[in-house]
Ligand binder design. Sequence first.
Ligand code: NAD
Ligand code: WQD
Length: 337
Amino acid sequence: MKILLTGGAGYIGTHTAVALVEAGHDPVIVDDLSNSSEEAVRRVRELTGRQVPFHELDLRQQDALTAILREEGIEAVIHLAGLKAVGESVAQPLRYYGTNLESTLSLLEAMRASGVERIVFSSTATVYGAHATPPFRESDQAGVDVSHPYGKTKFMIEQILADAAAADPALQATVLRYFNPIGAHPSGRIGEDPAQIPNNLAPFVLQVAVGKLPLVRVFGNDYDTPDGTGLRDYLHVMDLAEGHVAALDRLEPGSRVYNLGSGTATSVLELIESFRRASGQPIPYEVVARRPGDDPATFADASLAAQELGWSAKRSIDEACADSWRWQSQNPRGYAS
Ligand code: NAD
Ligand code: WQD
């Protein structure tokens, strides 16, 4: 199928583009490069051996987007484009609501105008909110106590898709709630390339391992968890990418929601240790106060995706750490290397 991949120059998008080609699909990337670079697209072409089409465009440019959908003969959309930094969304809520919601509405209008009925959307485990008890199930109530504008935009978009599918019996919409993606393509040619000092644990640890940052700050070791540090469901980005292919292959009229997680919980200290083994580098850390808003433990019940999509995460944490170390050590300045 000819697939429009919004945000396809970003971290998850580049890996999804590769997975799509491996599965016999033809991705077409649209990205405004606000958090990515054209070099990422060049690397996708190098890895796939295909001249994957790329359009530099803000999704809010609806007429241009509609023209791309028509001219490229798009049959389905994977919608990853958007702003994703939790702290930034608290400081700049209007920018987050504006970009994430307006982009999605523009995309849905462009799809309607060009007769495209299939969409897979990137949501996040954050929508389960602070009250939820892991393992999170798709049937758990979501959206009630999401603490930041970023997560709220994701839940609003989930609702927009459900309402649009209820109104249009031909629309096929699948929402994927990602847990914590880490890792990189095993080639070391594509990976996560944060523009600033990373907020997320894995890219931060990698920058310590490569010597760009002095030490990891562990946000609290007094949680009610086995080693006192936070538990998360980390999954390899190539597993996540393949989850999109599985969702695409099983789209049906209506809207549905799936967790994409490994279903296993890893602590902050365990992840640091795995990166230490993978990199062979010392990874100094110090324990500091908890980060406000952090949950002690979040992990998926991953059974629905296994049953209905035939997808489950296959790669280990150690494999993810080894693959991302390859990316980081071979590209210490990311795509600018
Ligand atoms: P990313 O920032 O690397 O990729 C997003 C891409 O979207 C970027 O290349 C950016 O330039 C592009 N973009 C942003 N606004 C745009 C617009 N208006 N028009 C066109 N392009 C635009 O982020 P990522 O980590 O690859 O995340 C992809 C998606 O997955 C996002 O929607 C994110 O919210 C979601 N997600 C990510 C994580 C994670 O931990 N990385 C977890 C859960 C969900
Ligand atoms: C993981 C663990 C921290 C950094 C966020 C978003 C979520 C999703 C993924 C987009 C926690 C600890 C972290 C550090 C640390 N993104 N930590 N030192 O918070 O689970 O999820 O990213 O959708 O929406 O909320 O991920 O990687 O920031 O934190 O000790 O320097 O690592 O306390 O236990 P999180 P994270």
